[in-house]
Design a protein around this ligand. Structure first.
Ligand SMILES: *[C@@H]1O[C@H](CO)[C@@H](O)[C@H](O)[C@H]1NC(C)=O
Ligand SMILES: *[C@@H]1O[C@H](CO)[C@@H](O)[C@H](O)[C@H]1NC(C)=O
Ligand SMILES: *[C@@H]1O[C@H](CO)[C@@H](O)[C@H](O)[C@H]1NC(C)=O
Length: 388
């Protein structure tokens, strides 16, 4: 009996020890900020799925950063997701954006638990509820002068102010308002206080735009501690999306989509017959102009034998081709330069023309019956390509 009692006592002592150790660990657990741990969140039921609804903050007494946040919910495991913000030893708090993944139903209550874990394994969990309310989800309470659809010409200089909006602070929150632009490389936000309860945010072009690369930029703007009607809405982040449409400016030259590099032409081809066809398109895709084509005559002795249909890009025979046999050594290719020009371009406008060189090879069928010797053809073809 006494040995059993002694064993029990050992167990007791061990338990005391374990409790003491765990008390010690608990003292160094990460903790949520009192005012941003999302205990009871009133959320407008029409909040758009995909938008940020909260920013949770936590700190760790040992700075075992980064802190890892997570949600669990038996009934609604996919309701929320988290976007954990970068956090290092030098940060006093770590933060995560809470993103609503699914639409919520009016008056329904969602139960979840929110955990934060430090790098040494300490975990703190709090229980949260989200209640969907009939509060307005329009951004007009939180923002003024907010234009969600902007159009900007693609040649706008860097550092230009594209537009501005005013974000109002939540008077019930002791923290100031902070406006952030997420994941945008072309734009940045510069804000300056505009009174005690609002800030004036300018959207500034950071990197030049190019219509041909990207026609719409979606700016995800988070206003932390923005004004909401706290009776029905306790979000501490209001997200708005601004769409910036890029307007095409005529700045890209046309390019050839068809220009056969080498073409064999019979010297018997009659006047007016089509030798080949080229095609070019305006590089400006927003409002492409029609293209017309010309042969660059310069001092090219071969140019007068051909003419170009300006609209269709058809190269046709202008004069009898037989004399060409005397002008070129047997079957040597010669070059013609074709220019594609955007119709309706202005004088002095840059990037409206492109040229391409095409090679023609006359087949002497009048004097010397054709011998379509594929070896010779191949030799000339290679000769031509290596001498380009
Ligand atoms: C929203 O709900 C509250 C009570 O929950 C009610 O007093 C109010 O009239 C409702 N507002 C609208 C716009 O339905
Ligand atoms: C906000 O800033 C913009 C430009 O930065 C300025 O034009 C506008 O007048 C300012 N508005 C207020 C209310 O401060
Ligand atoms: C002409 O096109 C080039 C390359 O596409 C571009 O870098 C240049 O800025 C354009 N020039 C003008 C005046 O738009």
């Amino acid at each position: 009996m006494s040995t059993v009692g002694w064993h029990l006592c050992l167990v007791c002592e061990l338990l005391v020890l374990i409790i003491a150790v765990s008390e010690n660990v608990r003292a160094n657990l990460p903790t949520f900020d009192e005012d941003s741990r999302m205990r009871i969140l009133l959320l407008p039921f029409a909040t758009r799925a995909g938008s940020t609804i909260y920013r949770v903050r936590a700190s760790d007494p040992d700075f075992d950063h980064p802190l890892e946040f997570s949600f669990t919910s038996l009934k609604h495991p996919k309701l929320l997701s988290l976007e954990i913000l970068p956090c290092g030893k030098q940060h006093s708090v770590c933060e995560a954006n809470v993103i609503l993944n699914e639409a919520v139903e009016l008056d329904k209550i969602y139960e979840l638990s929110l955990s934060v874990r430090d790098t040494s394994g300490g975990i703190t969990t709090v229980f949260c509820t989200i209640q969907a309310t009939n509060a307005s989800s329009s951004a007009t309470d939180s923002f003024q002068h907010l234009n969600q659809y902007l159009t900007v010409p693609e040649n706008l200089p860097r550092d230009s102010v594209v537009d501005y909006f005013i974000a109002r602070k939540n008077p019930n929150n002791i923290r100031g308002i902070r406006v952030e632009l997420r994941q945008s490389w072309n734009f940045r936000i510069a804000d300056k206080l505009a009174g005690s309860d609002r800030t004036n945010c300018s959207i500034i072009l950071e990197q030049p735009l190019d219509f041909e690369t990207q026609t719409v930029h979606i700016l995800r703007i988070l206003a932390v501690n923005a004004y909401v009607d706290n009776r029905l809405d306790t979000r501490n982040v209001v997200e708005v999306v601004i769409y910036v449409f890029v307007m095409d400016v005529q700045d890209t030259p046309p390019f050839f989509v068809r220009a056969p590099p080498i073409t064999a032409v019979s010297d018997k081809l009659e006047i007016g017959k089509v030798v080949l066809r080229v095609k070019a398109e305006d590089g400006d895709k927003g409002n492409p102009r029609d293209i017309h084509y010309v042969i660059m005559v310069d001092n090219n002795p071969f140019a007068p034998f051909f003419f170009m249909e300006p609209q269709t890009g058809e190269l046709k025979v202008r004069k009898k081709l037989v004399p060409l046999n005397q002008m070129v050594r047997s079957k040597a290719p010669f070059l013609l330069t074709i220019m594609a020009e955007e119709l309706g371009s202005l004088i002095n406008e840059a990037n409206t023309t492109t040229t391409v060189d095409i090679a023609l090879m006359v087949e002497d069928e009048t004097n010397d019956p054709p011998e379509f010797n594929s070896d010779r053809y191949a030799v000339f073809y290679v000769w031509f390509l290596t001498n380009l």
